[in-house]
Ligand binder design. Structure first.
Ligand SMILES: [Zn+2]
Ligand SMILES: [Zn+2]
Length: 171
């Protein structure tokens, strides 16, 4: 996702707005989100506002995406949306080796794909449930307990069953 900010760098304008979207995988089809178990429905959207404040260039970026994933308890497919905002400085070159607070504009172009992916990785929910009180799957038969009870006997307290076993020996 490459934003051309040459008009800011040349002093022609103070402010540029971009409304862009990009696929969650690179040109070779390699997913940026590898084994996360999520699938993006459409492209990742990013609305960027780049501003020159008297020589200091800053970028505010709102990213959003709609994605599909599986409930962590019952494995049902769920669809969710994610949105997040972040800000960074934009520099033409860096004197310090690397600085995560800045994005470098190489030849007047700011490539925000890596920064957007980093923000996703940092703020994406790791586990998601289809509903707050998802009952999950039966550990014995694997049935989805949200749909109906399966009739398997619950394990109960292991100490109680040990006691019951003891007692039955006396009978
Ligand atoms: Zn669930
Ligand atoms: Zn069961």
């Amino acid at each position: 996702m490459r934003l051309d900010i040459t008009r800011i760098l040349s002093g022609e304008v103070d402010k540029l707005d971009f409304d862009v979207s990009f696929p969650a995988s690179d040109d070779d089809g390699f997913s940026y989100f590898g084994d996360w178990g999520i699938e993006f429905k459409d492209e990742i959207k990013a609305v960027s506002h780049i501003k020159n404040n008297g020589g200091y260039i800053s970028m505010k970026c709102d990213v959003s995406a709609v994605y599909k994933t599986l409930c962590a308890r019952c494995l049902k497919e769920i669809e969710n949306s994610f949105s997040h905002s972040f800000e960074k400085g934009v520099a033409v070159e860096l004197t310090d080796e690397e600085n995560d607070d800045f994005i470098i504009a190489v030849g007047g172009i700011v490539d925000i794909s890596a920064a957007v992916c980093d923000e996703f990785l940092l703020s994406f929910p790791l586990k998601e449930l289809c509903c707050a009180d998802c009952k999950g799957l039966c550990p014995k038969c694997g049935k989805n307990l949200n749909e109906s009870e399966c009739g398997c006997e619950s394990e109960g307290d292991p100490r109680m069953s040990a006691l019951k076993a003891l007692l039955s020996d006396y009978e």
